[in-house]
Ligand binder design. Structure first.
Ligand code: ADP
Length: 695
């Protein structure tokens, strides 16, 4: 109990009491020598002093035992002193002092017994009465007053300690009540998250499955994309509310790991692209290729902040551009990562700037009524950046645009630049586009890339210049704007016979290209250029390409909801694995006993026996198979601490619902036995499997 410890630091009290006792014992030794008392008194005080030190510093002696021992030894010391002096007066103050020291232990029982001891000492003294003249009334009064004062002091001390303890108990009780209330809020949120995510998993999953069908009509495809976009924005709102409550209750933790900023930037741009829809906004991306390849941080949270700033920029900009800049400065501990998102949107007035990071705060709610939002995004972003040890700021001019920026310190594991062209000497590229007007920005970007990537890129704005350039050097890669391609299709077709040709165009209204000409969607930036030069596949569709299959792998999917089983099985179908399903934990255990599986996806919340219980039973079975079998939780409860909870209960990892194809892909790669993974190359000659789902 954290709060209780603040109030009762017993270790420090024990040390304090011991120190005072040692001082008193030393004083007693000195007094006994000075006054010529019997040597036994000095010896006793010295033995007590050593004993007290041993008791205090011995780790196995409980604090209560130390306190009782100190009390007894103090009492004997004082009692012996008063015997030697044949007077109780000197001892009264010392008695009270000891009581004060003992009261630091805040142990009323101990104090009670001490008071009893002192009283018995006083009784003994009254019985002996050697230092008081009973016929002298003044002396008797003095004695009675002193003893009463001492007893009163002890009683007041007792009442004070008792009160303090009661107050502490009340305080601890209220902290416990607050914690209980917080837990019920978290439980409510976890349940709500589960209840909402479960049907959403089915909607997103079904959309994903429908969109995979190549024969869809444009109308159905576009309607399906609208459903997916709507569910994604609903999910984003739920995630914001959950995140906010987690951060607010202090139960939020960062999960730092090594990552490459390339995937973060690509993911943020792709999300912003989806939000942009048909708005006439150009994305410009400037990234420093020297950012180290392996940096350590919570990638998901950094991405969340960038996505939030990018989607805000899209929401509050009607035309013009959005510029994402990612750079770094080297530091002793690694790097400071700098990210800026600048737009040419509606801007924010000075008076609103300070309040932007307040939760649920939205500027100009009347005017911006049509723009959806909860007013939580920036509040969460600020808290995340604060937690990462960085800071976030904004510059904005009303009617002109805004520039949100943040800086975070990150450690570095791999210093190599994250973008590099493998063989720059073998690259001779040309860019064929308008260098003025429409293509001016892209042209300038390409010029920058030349310096950043250390490759030669010739920029030509006419067909004649392009032909002349090709005569001087043999062009390996040709980047053509959509407009130039439309005007010079024949010429570009000829180039495609000897060079790699890429048409750089907007996703909306993109032209269909012949098979020997590739398409690159805007924004065209250094990461996509480096991928092209390195001959790496750039994923140009939001539907992730499945790059491997595992026909020999046996997978068991456990979920009580038949629709969710269908979605999970559908998403895994392209991997051509042998898929089995079970509708309960008990059925899954039964199937595992009779059949060998390579991987289990286990739903968390199921009636009768939930995923955690089922996993515990599976792990308790004898044999290496049950111990080693990878079990991945499928959960709609994406609350904080979920990973620890699942791993603690015997699972290997978890996959959040709605299942993201990229996350599923990563999990399969991580947990399937390597021998089962067949790349596209290895699969070329293999017969098409039946793709059955066994129930
Ligand atoms: P919301 O969900 O409302 O966008 P945020 O916390 O992300 O919530 O933003 C808070 C408010 O800040 C928004 O309502 C909007 O008024 C303002 N804002 C954020 N980003 C921008 C931007 N790029 N341009 C103009 N206004 C912005």
């Amino acid at each position: 109990m954290r709060y209780g410890n603040i109030l009762t630091n017993k270790k420090a009290t024990a040390l304090c009491a011991w120190f005072i006792f040692e001082l008193c014992s030393a004083a007693m030794c000195i007094i006994s020598i000075c006054k010529g008392w019997c040597m036994g008194v000095c010896l006793m005080a010295a033995v007590f002093a050593c004993g007290a030190a041993v008791l205090t510093f011995h780790p196995s002696v409980p604090i209560r035992v130390q306190a009782v021992a100190l009390m007894l030894m103090s009492y004997i010391n004082v009692f012996v002193c008063s015997m030697m002096e044949e007077s109780i007066y000197h001892s009264v103050a010392v008695f009270v002092e000891i009581a004060v020291v003992l009261s630091a232990y805040r142990d009323t029982k101990l104090l009670f017994w001490y008071i009893m001891l002192v009283l018995s000492g006083v009784m003994h003294h009254i019985a002996a009465m050697t230092d008081i003249n009973l016929s002298n009334g003044a002396e008797i009064t003095k004695f009675v007053v002193r003893i009463s004062m001492m007893i009163m002091a002890l009683v007041v001390l007792y009442i004070f300690i008792e009160g303090l303890n009661t107050y502490e108990k009340m305080l601890i009780q209220s902290v416990q009540d607050a914690q209980k209330a917080e837990h019920s809020k978290s439980d409510f949120l976890a349940n709500m998250s589960h209840e909402i995510r479960t049907p959403m998993n089915a909607i997103v999953g079904m959309c994903e499955l429908v969109l995979r069908d190549d024969d869809l009509s444009d109308n159905v495809r576009s309607n399906c994309c609208c459903i997916r976009a709507a569910v994604e924005s609903l999910l984003a709102i739920i995630n914001d509310i959950l995140d906010f409550s987690k951060i607010d209750s202090g139960r939020f933790e960062l999960v730092p790991d090594e990552f490459n900023i390339a995937s973060t930037i690509n993911a943020a741009i792709s999300m912003a692209e989806t939000r942009r829809g048909s708005k006439n906004i150009e994305f410009i991306v400037n990234v420093d290729p020297n950012i180290p390849r392996g940096i350590i941080g919570d990638e998901a949270r950094i991405r969340q902040v960038i996505v939030n700033l990018m989607t805000n920029a899209v929401k509050y900009t009607e035309k013009g551009s959005i510029t994402l800049t990612v750079s770094q400065t080297r530091q002793e501990y690694g790097i400071n990562l700098f990210v800026s998102v600048a737009d040419t949107g509606i801007g924010i007035t000075e008076e609103h700037l300070d309040k932007l990071y307040t939760s649920f705060y939205r500027v100009d709610t009347k005017k911006n009524r049509s723009i959806e939002g909860t007013g939580l995004g920036l509040a969460i972003s600020k808290k995340l950046i604060d937690q990462m040890g960085g800071f976030i700021s904004v510059k904005s001019e009303y009617g002109v645009g805004s520039d949100f920026r943040f800086v975070i310190p990150l450690k570095v594991r791999d210093r190599e630049p994250f973008i590099a062209v493998n063989e720059p000497q073998n690259v001779c590229a040309a860019a064929f586009l308008d260098t003025e007007g429409h293509g001016r920005r892209t042209a300038r970007n390409i010029e920058k890339m030349e310096d950043m990537l250390h490759v030669e890129i010739m920029t030509c704005d006419t067909a004649e210049k392009l032909k002349a350039a090709a005569e001087r050097r043999s062009i390996t890669h040709l980047f053509v704007s959509r407009e130039k391609y439309m005007e010079n299709q024949k010429l570009i077709g000829e180039f495609a016979e000897t060079s790699n040709v890429y048409v750089v165009q907007e996703r909306a209204g993109a032209v269909t290209l012949p098979s020997n000409i590739h398409c690159i969607y805007k924004p065209f930036y250094s990461i996509s250029a480096a991928s092209v030069f390195n001959n790496e596949n750039i994923v140009q569709s939001r539907n992730m390409q499945i790059k491997f299959t595992a026909p020999d792998a046996k997978i068991l999917i456990v979920d009580d909801n038949a629709l969710n089983l269908k979605v999970a099985a559908g998403l895994m179908k392209p991997y051509r694995m042998q898929l089995f399903t079970a509708e309960s934990g008990a059925k899954a255990i039964e199937m595992l006993r009779t059949e060998k599986f390579d991987l289990v996806f286990m739903d968390h919340m199921m009636p009768d026996m939930d995923g955690v219980e089922a996993t515990k039973i599976i792990r308790s079975q004898s044999g290496e198979y049950f111990r080693e079998l990878p079990i991945i939780a499928l959960t709609a409860n994406a609350v904080n601490g979920a990973r620890e909870m699942f791993i603690g209960s015997g699972m290997n990892d978890f996959l959040a619902k709605p299942i993201e194809v990229a996350a599923l892909d990563k999990t399969l790669r991580n947990y399937l036995p390597k021998r089962y993974i067949k790349t596209a190359e290895q699969q070329k000659d293999a017969p098409e499997p039946k793709n059955e789902v066994f129930v």
